[in-house]
Design a protein around this ligand. Structure first.
Ligand code: GLP
Length: 243
C-alpha cells in the first residue's frame, strides 16, 4: 500500500487526477470505477481542465460508479447520476452510454445488482477504482455492520451516514434511507484502488487502515488491507492520527 500525504485537498486532488489521467493516456479504453462525495470533486475538476487544455481524451473510456440512493432518478439533483453528470461527464468527451451509475429506481433490485456485477466482469473488470470514505469507514455504501456483502446489493444507511450526507439535501428527512452499493468483493476485484481522504473526521478510520492494520467489519475501509495494489492519498488532517 502506497501512502501519499499532502498539505491540502488541492494537492490531493491534483495527485489523484495525475494518476487517473496517466491511466487514461496509457489505455484509451480503460475502465474507471468512480466515486461521489465531496472528496473527489477537485480531482474531477482537474480532469476537466486536462480535457479542455491538454486534450485528455475520454471518448473510449468506460466508467462504473459505486452507488446510488434508492428512490432517486437521474434528474434529481441529489442523485449520484446527476452528481456525476454535473461534476464530470457533462464537461468531458465521454460517451454517456459508457457511463454506468446504479439505477436507484429499478424495480427488481436483486436481479439488477447481480447484473451490475456481471456487466463489470464482462467489460473486463475495473482498471482503477477511485474511492472516498465515510467518517464511519463506509466505502461506497458498505456500512459498518456484523457482516459485509460481497456483491452489489441494497443496503440500509446508518443514522451516521444519513446525518453526514444530509448536508447535500434541504433537510435530513429528504435523505433516502437505503441505497444500491457495489459490494466489498466488487470493489476489491478492481485491479488498482485509489483512496482519497481529507479532513479530521476521516482520521480515525484512516488510523484503522494505516496504523492498526486489522480487518474489521466495524470499519469497512480496513478491507483494503486485502488488496495488492492500493494508493492512499490523504491530507495532513486525515493523516493526523497516523504520525
Ligand atoms: C457517500 C458515498 C461514498 C463517499 C462518502 C464520503 O456516502 N456513498 O462513496 O466516499 O460519501 O463523502 P465525502 O467525500 O463527501 O466525505
Amino acid at each position: 500500500m502506497e501512502v501519499i500525504v499532502k498539505s491540502s485537498i488541492e494537492y490531493v486532488s491534483k495527485n489523484a487526477a495525475d494518476i487517473i489521467s496517466k491511466l487514461v493516456r496509457e489505455n484509451s479504453k480503460a475502465i474507471l470505477g468512480l466515486a461521489t462525495g465531496s472528496t473527489p470533486v477537485g480531482a474531477y475538476e482537474e480532469l476537466i481542465r486536462m480535457h479542455k487544455e491538454e486534450g485528455l481524451d475520454f471518448s473510449a473510456i468506460k466508467t462504473y460508479n459505486l452507488d446510488e440512493y434508492i428512490g432517486l432518478d437521474g434528474d434529481n439533483p441529489n442523485s449520484y447520476r446527476y452528481f456525476m453528470n454535473d461534476k464530470l461527464f457533462n464537461h468531458i468527451n465521454i460517451n454517456m452510454e459508457n457511463t454506468y451509475v446504479p439505477d436507484g429506481k429499478v424495480k427488481d433490485i436483486n436481479t439488477y445488482c447481480q447484473e451490475y456485477d456481471e456487466m463489470i466482469k464482462e467489460a473486463g473488470g475495473i482498471d482503477l477504482q477511485v474511492l472516498g470514505v465515510g467518517p464511519n469507514g463506509h466505502i461506497a455504501f458498505n456500512e459498518p455492520d456484523q457482516a459485509l456483502s460481497v456483491g452489489t446489493c441494497i443496503v440500509d444507511l446508518t443514522e451516521d451516514t444519513i446525518q453526514a450526507n444530509s448536508r447535500f439535501f434541504d433537510s435530513i428527512d429528504e435523505v433516502p434511507k437505503s441505497a444500491i452499493t457495489m459490494g466489498m468483493g466488487t470493489i476489491l476485484r478492481a485491479k488498482k484502488i485509489l483512496l482519497l481522504a481529507t479532513g479530521k473526521n476521516k482520521a480515525n478510520v484512516l488510523k484503522g487502515l494505516l496504523m492498526d492494520k486489522k480487518i474489521t467489519t466495524n470499519n469497512p475501509l480496513t478491507f483494503l488491507l486485502l488488496h495488492p495494489d492500493v494508493t492512499v492519498i490523504v491530507d495532513d488532517d486525515a493523516y493526523s492520527l497516523c504520525r
